[in-house]
Design a protein around this ligand. Sequence first.
Ligand SMILES: C[C@@](CO)(OP(=O)(O)O)[C@H](O)COP(=O)(O)OP(=O)(O)OC[C@H]1O[C@@H](n2ccc(N)nc2=O)[C@H](O)[C@@H]1O
Ligand SMILES: Nc1ncnc2c1ncn2[C@@H]1O[C@H](COP(=O)(O)OP(=O)(O)O)[C@@H](O)[C@H]1O
Length: 299
Amino acid sequence: MSVTVRVPAKVNVQLAVGPLRPDGFHDLANVFLAVGLYDVVTVAPADELRVTCSGPDADKVPLDPSNLAARAALALAARHGREANVHIHIEKDIPVAGGMAGGSADGAGALLACDALWGTQASREDLLEICAELGSDVPFSLVGGTALGRGRGELLTPVETGGSFWWVFAVADGGLSTPAVYGECDRLRADSFVPEPDPSPALMDALRAGDPVALAGAVSNDLQEAAVSLRPSLRATLDAGTEAGALAAMVSGSGPTTAFLVSDEAEAEKVAEALRSSGTCRAVRVAAGPVPGATITVG
Ligand SMILES: C[C@@](CO)(OP(=O)(O)O)[C@H](O)COP(=O)(O)OP(=O)(O)OC[C@H]1O[C@@H](n2ccc(N)nc2=O)[C@H](O)[C@@H]1O
Ligand SMILES: Nc1ncnc2c1ncn2[C@@H]1O[C@H](COP(=O)(O)OP(=O)(O)O)[C@@H](O)[C@H]1O
C-alpha cells in the first residue's frame, strides 16, 4: 500500500518585507500564486524512516532527517504517538533552493500522504499548524491557489483570482540561501525607514480581474534587489526576458529563479525560447497558475 501526493511550486506576486523581528523573521505581505510545476511525494510502510529522491536535481536534496518531508512525517507521528516508519520517495521537478518552495512542497506533501497512509485523520487546522512549524511557506504548499500570507507568511487568507496567468521561469545555476537573501535585504535597507508591509490594492484588483497586463504593473518583490546583489548575473536574465516581450520580469521569492509574466501560452513559448537561447540561465520552464495545493493522486 502507498499514498501519492502531487504538490505545486509557487511564485510570489507580491513580497513586501517589513522590519526584522526580534525572533529573526520578518513580517510579510506575501501574495503566493501556486503554479503548475510539481513535486510528487509517495509514502509507503517501511521498517524505518527513509527518504529517496529522483529527478535532475536529486543530488542537491538532503536525504537525512533535515529533509522537510522527513520532518513532516516525524512531526505527525509524534503528535499521534506512533513511529514514522515510512519510506518517502520524492520525484523532484521543482528547482532546488530556487525561491519556488520545493522543500515546502515536499513537507506539505509528505504530511498529507502520511496522514492518509496512517489514517490519523488530522484536522485541516492541525495539518496547517504542523505546516507552520515546519516553515513559513509550508502552509501555502498545502492550500495552493492564490493566498495572502501575513505574519512570517504562515497566516493565510485566500485571494479571489479571476483567471489563469502564464509564467516562464528561468532556472539559475546553483541556489540562494533564503536567510542570506533576507540578511542582504536588511543590510541594503539599514539606513532606510522600513514600513509595515501591506497588500497592494492594485494587485488584488488585477488578480480578481484575471488581467495579466494589470498584474504586470502591480507585482513587486522586496527581496529582488538583495537577490540581484548576491547574484549580479540575474540582471542579464531579467533583461533577456524583458527584451523578449515579457509583461513583467522579477525574481521568484528569494531567487535565484527568475519569473516572467506573459499574456498567454503562445507568448510563454516565445519568451521561453528567447531565454533558452540567451545563455543567461540553466533551464527554462513554462507553467500557469493558480492551481490547487497538495492533492492526493493515488491512495
Ligand atoms: C522568501 C520566501 C517567500 O515566500 O520563500 P522562498 O523564496 O525562499 O521559497 C519565504 O519567506 C521563505 O519561507 P521559508 O523558506 O519557509 O522560510 P523558513 O524556513 O520559515 O525560514 C528560513 C529563514 O528565512 C528567514 N525568514 C523567513 C520568513 C520570514 N517571514 N522572514 C525571514 O526572515 C529567516 O532568516 C529564517 O530563519
Ligand atoms: N525536500 C526538500 N527538497 C529540497 N530542498 C530541501 C528539502 N528539504 C530540505 N531542503 C533544504 O532546503 C533548502 C531550500 O530548498 P528549497 O525549498 O528547494 O528552496 P527555496 O527555500 O528557495 O524555495 C535546500 O538547499 C535544502 O538544503
